[in-house]
Design a protein around this ligand. Structure first.
Ligand code: HEC
Ligand code: HEC
Ligand code: HEC
Ligand code: HEC
Length: 220
């Protein structure tokens, strides 16, 4: 239906309604983006406006999700942005090792030949061949509260990845870059990742081969 208006212009009620609806929709959108109920959700626009550091994540942080977990700053390769690693020492059941290891290892060592269990009977080395790897390849014999590198530098249990990296440099580089391993506390900064021994038992690091899980079948 067409109604004539003064001045010869044509007025279409349908288009007026459409115009009104678009205007209302725009108003609602702008309210949602600018002034909507604050607190629960930050609007996309406010996140963009408040940008920069650390607002690029909209103020989100991994810290609350990490809870009380101890984190240490990782020894990152030069040029790598700093990141954290979940500490391992607080979770070692046998630490501090010096509680028992008060004398040199040679004087404590027991091979279990009389049938008694050795102190560390759950530790069975199934990693590399015996010719290249013994306990003291990784553990500092003179200070069992520390690991050691092949050249004798002492390393804490929290930085065990420095020991692994000597022989697994590819995985170490992937891990540092985020392609191997897992991030703790979600994707928000600060970046904190799992250390190698969070997933791999250093004494038996290989995972057993597994078949992929199959979805359950629907009974007919
Ligand atoms: C409760 C006492 C106790 C604690 C705690 C302890 N050890 Fe020992 N450890 C022993 C004894 C005893 C031996 C030697 C005799 C044996 O193997 O039973 C030994 C032997 C060892 C050996 C030599 C094993 C071998 O076969 O040559 C290593 C390596 C070692 N301990 C590492 C550690 C580390 C690392 C820690 C800390 C994370 C630790 N121990 C904590 C009691 C302890
Ligand atoms: C490839 C390096 C490596 C070798 C070889 C190795 N260890 Fe360890 N060991 C580690 C690391 C790394 C840890 C810390 C594990 C963690 O973060 O959970 C550890 C932890 C331990 C602990 C403490 C476990 C706990 O939960 O408190 C004992 C005890 C121990 N090792 C004994 C031994 C003994 C005995 C041998 C030789 C039979 C041995 N290790 C060989 C790397 C090694
Ligand atoms: C002195 C060298 C050396 C050190 C240090 C070392 N590894 Fe190994 N690792 C080896 C060798 C050698 C093998 C056996 C490779 C093979 O069988 O192909 C191996 C095997 C492995 C495997 C199994 C690989 C596979 O293909 O299944 C894993 C996982 C692993 N190491 C993780 C670690 C971790 C984690 C650490 C640190 C706690 C570590 N390694 C420290 C030399 C080392
Ligand atoms: C979040 C758990 C996790 C962390 C952290 C982790 N790995 Fe692994 N790693 C795995 C899994 C899963 C595999 C694959 C196992 C398989 O396919 O059988 C693997 C495989 C490996 C292998 C076998 C070769 C390969 O690449 O598949 C090596 C060696 C290895 N990891 C070393 C390391 C080292 C060194 C670190 C620390 C710098 C590390 N891993 C950290 C879970 C982890």
């Amino acid at each position: 239906m067409i109604a004539a208006t003064g001045g010869g212009r044509v007025f279409r009620p349908g288009s007026a309604i459409a115009f009104l609806m678009i205007a209302l929709w725009l108003a609602a959108l702008s309210w949602a983006c600018h002034g909507g109920p604050r607190g629960e959700h930050a609007s996309v626009l406010s996140i963009a406006r408040e940008g920069g550091e650390p607002g690029a994540s909209g103020g989100a942080s991994s810290t609350p999700l990490l809870g009380t977990a101890a984190v240490v700053e990782a020894h990152a390769a030069p040029g790598t942005p700093p990141f954290g690693v979940l500490a391992r020492t607080p979770r070692l059941t046998k630490a501090p090792c010096a509680n028992c290891h008060t004398v040199p290892l040679e004087r404590m060592r027991w091979d279990g030949s009389d049938g008694r269990a050795t102190a560390h009977w759950p530790v069975r080395l199934a990693h590399a061949s015996d010719q290249v790897m013994t306990c003291t390849t990784c553990h500092a014999a003179s200070n069992l509260d520390r690991l050691r590198t092949l050249t004798g530098t002492e390393v804490t249990f929290d930085h065990a990845y420095d020991v692994c990296a000597q022989c697994h440099s590819t995985q170490k580089a992937d891990w540092e870059g985020g392609a191997h391993g897992k991030r703790a506390g979600g994707w928000a900064p600060p970046r904190v990742i799992y250390s190698c021994t969070e997933c791999h038992n250093p004494h038996q690091p290989a995972f057993e081969t597994r078949w992929p899980a199959r979805a359950g079948r629907v009974a007919r």
